[in-house]
Design a protein around this ligand. Structure first.
Ligand SMILES: [Mg+2]
Ligand SMILES: [Zn+2]
Length: 180
């Protein structure tokens, strides 16, 4: 899944410190439920703020340690966090919608993409999920304000569109029930 706008409130000016990091209600509980459903919870986040000099690696680690500890307090677990520190101009392989990091995760955790979901709040996240061959869920909790008309014009459309991470989790629960 994505981080900004999906698990925490996004900012058009980048999330630059732990002080600016605010979890979306229900995010932590959602991760715990996903764990219980048997999903590995892996984050892939574009953090060009690093190459832009707006946040240090140290501060980013602090945010991710905080996120992991909030989840573990509730008995849940984030299995891995991958991030792309590069500027879009650097043309790296790890910036979404490219899947350099996710390919690593697929090998490391022996994942079958067809059984995975990519959850995110942006068009790029949906493209990322499609590039991996995963199922895709668009959450409308970011700052994009996409209209249904707009989403329907994307060449890679989300399989599901829901309000937020809590609703995405409900969806995963209902899919789990169907597959029993
Ligand atoms: Mg996002
Ligand atoms: Zn990168």
């Amino acid at each position: 899944m994505d981080r900004d706008g999906t698990l925490n409130i996004d900012s058009p000016n980048y999330v630059k410190s732990l002080d600016e990091f605010e979890l979306i209600p229900g995010a932590v509980d959602s991760i715990k439920i996903m764990n219980d459903l048997g999903y590995k919870v892996i984050i892939q986040t574009n953090q060009s703020a690093i190459s832009r000099g707006l946040i240090s690696n140290y501060e980013l680690t602090k945010i991710h340690d905080f996120l992991k500890s909030e989840v573990s307090k509730k008995g849940g677990q984030i299995d891995d966090i991958y991030f792309c520190p590069h500027h879009p101009n650097e043309n790296c392989e790890c910036r979404k919608p490219k899947i350099g990091n996710l390919e690593k995760a697929i090998i490391k955790y022996n994942l079958d993409p067809e059984l995975c979901f990519f959850i995110g709040d942006s068009k790029k996240d949906i493209e990322t999920g499609c590039n991996c061959g995963c199922h895709t869920i668009l959450v409308l909790s970011g700052c994009h304000n996409y209209s249904t008309i707009e989403i329907n014009m994307w060449s890679e459309k989300p399989e599901y569109v829901v309000k937020n991470i809590k609703e995405a989790t409900k969806l995963l629960l209902s899919i789990g029930e169907k597959n029993k």
